[in-house]
Design a protein around this ligand. Structure first.
Ligand code: HEM
Ligand code: HEM
Length: 220
C-alpha cells in the first residue's frame, strides 16, 4: 500500500519471444498430435487429406519449436541473470531456502508469497524440468520422425533412440509428455494470476513487456 516500487527489466526480448513461440507451437503440436494419436475425424473421400495435413502441421510446428528452444538455451548462456542456467538450477544456500519457503506458501503453510525479481527458486526449478521435457519431446519426436523421413537432423536428434528404447514406449512417452505440458500450463497460468494478485508486481504483464515492479526489499 503506497510502497515505492522500482521498475526492473527482468525478461529480455529473446526470453519473451521464445516463451510465446513455445506456447504457440505447443498448442499446435498438442492439437495435431492428439489427432495423430487418436484420429477423431476420418476422410470420406480420397481427395481429403486430413492425416497428411495434421502430420505436416505437426512437423512444421516441431521445427519452429526446435528453433525456439535452441535460441532459449543459447540465451541461458549469454542472457541476463534472470535468464541464465544459474537462475534455473538451485545451487546457492539462499536458493534452497527460497525453494522451501515457496513450497510452504503453495501448501498454504505460510502466508508470505515468494518474492523475487526474476523467477523464484521454485519456479526456476520447475522451468528446468519443463526445459528437460522440451528436450524429451524433441528427441522422442525426431525418433518417430526418423522412421518415415530420414534426414540428418532427425537422425542426429532422435534416430538413435529407437536403438535403446522400444518404439511403442517412445510413442507412449511422447504422448504423455503432451499431457504433462498441458497440466503444467494450467497450473502455471493459475499460479501466475494468483501471485499477481498477492504480490502486485506486474508478473503477468512482465512476460509481454519485460518489466516487473518490485519493492526495495525484493530488489536487495
Ligand atoms: C503451453 C503453455 C506454457 C508453457 C509451456 C509456459 C512455460 C514457461 C516457461 C518455461 C517460463 C520460464 C521462462 C524462461 O525463463 O524462458 C515461463 C514464464 C512465464 N510464463 Fe509461461 N508458459 C505457458 C503459457 C503461459 C501463459 C498462457 C501465460 C500468461 C497468460 C504465461 C505467463 C508466464 C509468466 C508471467 C512467466 C514469467 C514469470 C515467472 O517467472 O514465473 N505462460 N512460462
Ligand atoms: C510439445 C511438443 C510436442 C507435443 C505435445 C507432441 C504431441 C504428439 C502426440 C500426442 C503424438 C501422437 C502420439 C501417439 O499417440 O501415437 C505425436 C506424434 C508424433 N510427433 Fe509429436 N509432439 C511434440 C513435439 C514433436 C516434435 C518436436 C517432433 C519432431 C519432429 C514430433 C514428431 C512427431 C511424430 C513423427 C509423431 C508420429 C507421427 C505419425 O505416426 O505419423 N513431435 N506428437
Amino acid at each position: 500500500m503506497g510502497k515505492e516500487r522500482i521498475r526492473v527489466y527482468a525478461w529480455e526480448f529473446p526470453v519473451r519471444l521464445t516463451h510465446w513461440l513455445n506456447v504457440l507451437s505447443i498448442v499446435v503440436l498438442s492439437v495435431t498430435g492428439f489427432y495423430i494419436g487418436h484420429p477423431f475425424s476420418h476422410a470420406i473421400s480420397s481427395r481429403q487429406y486430413i492425416m497428411g495435413w495434421m502430420r505436416f502441421i505437426h512437423f512444421t510446428a516441431a521445427y519452429l519449436f526446435l528453433c525456439s528452444v535452441i535460441v532459449r538455451f543459447y540465451w541461458a548462456f549469454v542472457g541476463n541473470r534472470y535468464a541464465r542456467w544459474g537462475a534455473l538450477i538451485p545451487h546457492t544456500s539462499r536458493q534452497w531456502r527460497d525453494l522451501v519457503d515457496a513450497i510452504k506458501f503453495y501448501l498454504f503453510l505460510s502466508r508470505k508469497p515468494p518474492y523475487a525479481v526474476g523467477h523464484t527458486a521454485f519456479a526456476g526449478f520447475v522451468y528446468l524440468f519443463i526445459f528437460l521435457l522440451y528436450v524429451w519431446q524433441i528427441v522422442s519426436g525426431f525418433a518417430l520422425y526418423n522412421l518415415s523421413a530420414q534426414t540428418a537432423t532427425s537422425a542426429a536428434l532422435g534416430g538413435w533412440l529407437t536403438g535403446i528404447m522400444h518404439l511403442q514406449t517412445i510413442r507412449l512417452y511422447h504422448h504423455l509428455g503432451m499431457y504433462l505440458l498441458l497440466a503444467f500450463a494450467m497450473a502455471h497460468i493459475y499460479i501466475g494470476w494468483y501471485l499477481d494478485s498477492k504480490e502486485r508486481n506486474g508478473i503477468m504483464g512482465s512476460i509481454f513487456g519485460g518489466y516487473k515492479f518490485v519493492t526495495g526489499k525484493e530488489w536487495e
